[in-house]
Ligand binder design. Structure first.
Ligand code: ATP
Ligand code: NI
Length: 259
């Protein structure tokens, strides 16, 4: 459904009045994502995860310089004008911040806006029910929602246009374990129903039970692309040394940093 080939992203920076340099923040990234699949992208802060998300949605800032190719169902997303009609319809973003909700509009209205923008029927009560939210949640303002509810409203908005590909940028940040599982399960459901999910997170342990594969970004580079099931035991099944080191260093695996 999604193919990323040799993707690099840099930023132009002025170092003098007329002098420009370029800093590379993502380099040589190649991956594919199939229908029915959840691909977790993990990596520390600044690794380039959100850059990848924004590149897939054609939302990079104007000073960004992109090289390489991204295609969605064979249609190029790079190398020309971004096919904006896909955004919110075929490809949707679950944003990193819950502050992307409008504090002065009820949750139901915001889901309705997202649906209308995508040319879809709003069906707000159905969307809320599908995400395990009570019908009354539609009447609440963002300030009246718990973190878990707000995350689900953002997910409902992203799904309002019935997209194939969901790009979820840290959708579980700030959630307690139960709400975290609920959100991850809902993303898994999206894949089960034939969609695909690019799940950006830095919580490997939480993501593993819900992911098929895990891409590890380290400082803008792909440091490993592994099957989720290979993260087990002492990590001997993992192909990349970086993935093994990361896995063994987890607290639950005993901080075996140099094993
Ligand atoms: N508009 C911009 N101009 C210059 N540099 C930028 C810009 N946007 C992002 N960067 C840089 O690109 C790098 C990757 O940023 P990105 O937001 O993708 O990180 P991330 O992996 O999503 O981190 P986090 O987990 O903190 O969200 C960072 O070093 C960041 O400072
Ligand atoms: Ni980010």
């Amino acid at each position: 459904m999604l193919t990323v080939r040799d993707l690099s992203i840099g930023f132009r920076r002025y170092t003098g009045l007329f002098r420009q340099t370029q800093v590379t923040r993502l380099s040589g990234l190649t991956l594919t994502l199939d229908a029915g699949e959840v691909l977790a992208v993990i990596g520390g802060s600044g690794a380039g995860k959100s850059l990848l998300a924004h590149a897939v949605l054609g939302l990079l800032p104007p000073n960004a310089v992109l090289r390489g190719q991204i295609a969605f169902r064979g249609q190029p997303l790079t190398g020309g004008d971004y096919p904006a009609a896909l955004r919110g319809r075929r490809i949707a973003l679950v944003p990193q911040q819950i502050s992307h909700l409008d504090p002065m509009a009820r949750a139901g209205r915001q889901i309705g806006w997202a649906a209308r923008r995508a040319g879809a029927a709003a069906a707000v009560p159905d969307r809320l029910a599908a995400l395990g939210l009570p019908p009354g949640a539609a009447r609440l303002y963002p300030g009246q929602l718990s973190g878990g509810m707000a995350r689900r409203v953002l997910l409902a908005m992203a799904q309002a246009g019935a997209p194939d590909l969901l790009v979820a940028d840290e959708p579980t940040a700030g959630l307690d374990p139960q709400n975290r599982r609920t959100v991850l399960r809902l993303l898994r459901d999206h894949a089960r129903q034939g969609g695909a999910v690019l799940l950006i997170t830095h919580d490997l342990t939480a993501a593993l039970p819900f992911a098929d594969r895990v891409a590890i970004l380290d400082n803008g580079r792909m440091a490993g692309l592994e099957a989720a099931r290979d993260f087990r035991g002492d990590g001997a099944a993992l192909a990349s040394a970086h993935a093994r080191a990361l896995w063994r260093a987890l607290p639950e695996n005993g901080f075996l940093a140099d094993a």
